[in-house]
Design a protein around this ligand. Structure first.
Ligand SMILES: [Zn+2]
Length: 318
């Protein structure tokens, strides 16, 4: 191969179908896909991460799944050109290292190099939320918008600031920890060691925890939203507190980034207008000098991370 940069278009010819291999590795599951430019999933697989087996076994599973997909592509007459991986935690995209992940037990894993060697293909490594944000900005809800904040609200809260389709990772690969912006000083202790972090009030897990059930049975944030819509007073209060805190967090983000669109994804966004109507109102109340961003539900669902990993791979091809 004369050059590391291969133009996908140069490789297209009669009978040659090019794809990239893309993996979104989560704490419990791996979504793995073959993706055709500019972002069409032609095959999607789901595998268990098996994190309890330890980091070495997880790495082997990632490489085996990626290698298997490349083989599947070749068997179908397609040509895999690159591989993109997205993982959670602290990710040094420039060096291709998974620096730290509580979920996967990773510490300084040179995952890009490992994937490149195993598959004998150019490889890229990214952060799951930043990859998802780039996908929403290039293929999803904020398609074509230059300045975007993607906010994933699930068990925790994380964000990606995307400019011209690329998400910045910060100096140490740890940018976007919106969930640990303090919005309620002196409030509920957070696992990070601080108090009153945004995700102690507004994550799906926090909303579920805050709702007092008579039976003590577990309840989801979606249940709380549904009960709030029915006028259940306790649910209304929990939901109002959560949307107010989220608006506080988004206002801070807007002061920093001045984006055009804020795309809200993760489990909480599935509440739809029950989330977006009060959230827009709460943000509008708080805005002073800021330009009001559009608040949009994510469009790519749980495929965003996988598509973002594919974009990282496609970007290698120029
Ligand atoms: Zn925290």
């Amino acid at each position: 191969m004369p050059s590391k940069r291969i133009c996908a278009a140069d490789r297209e010819g009669p009978g040659i179908v090019t794809v990239v291999v893309a993996l979104d590795v989560g704490g419990t599951g791996i979504k793995a896909a073959l993706v055709r430019p500019p972002g069409e999933i032609v095959r999607l697989e789901r595998h268990a991460t098996g994190a309890r087996r330890g980091p070495e076994a997880v790495i082997e599973t990632i490489l085996a799944v990626a290698g298997g997909l490349a083989d599947t592509a070749r068997a179908a007459g397609e040509t895999p050109l690159a591989v993109g991986l997205a993982v959670p935690g602290v990710v040094d995209e420039a060096n291709g290292t998974a620096v730290w992940s509580a979920n996967l037990g990773f510490r300084d894993v040179p995952l890009r190099e490992l994937a490149a060697q195993r598959l004998n293909l150019p490889a890229a490594l990214g952060h799951d939320v930043r990859a998802g944000g780039a996908a929403e900005a290039r293929l999803g809800a904020a398609r074509g918008v230059r300045h975007v904040l993607f906010v994933a609200v699930g068990t925790g809260i994380a964000a990606a600031h995307v400019v011209d389709g690329r998400a910045g990772g910060g100096a140490h690969g740890a940018a976007g920890e919106l969930g640990h912006v303090v919005v309620r000083p002196g409030g509920t202790p957070c696992f990070c060691g601080n108090r009153g972090c945004l995700e102690t009030v507004a994550s799906a897990a926090a909303i579920a925890r805050a709702y007092p059930t008579v039976t003590g049975d577990p309840i989801t944030a979606a249940d709380v939203a549904a009960r709030a819509a029915e006028g259940d007073e306790a649910a209304v209060r929990v939901w109002r507190d959560a949307t107010a805190a989220l608006a506080d967090g988004l206002l801070t983000a807007q002061a920093l980034y001045d984006v055009a669109d804020m795309v809200i994804g993760g489990g909480l966004a599935e509440a739809g207008e029950a989330l977006f109507a009060p959230l827009r109102a709460a943000l509008r109340e708080r805005i002073t000098f800021h330009r009001e961003p559009r608040l949009l539900p994510a469009a790519l669902g749980d495929r965003a991370g996988c598509l973002g990993a594919a974009l990282l791979a496609l970007d290698l091809l120029g």
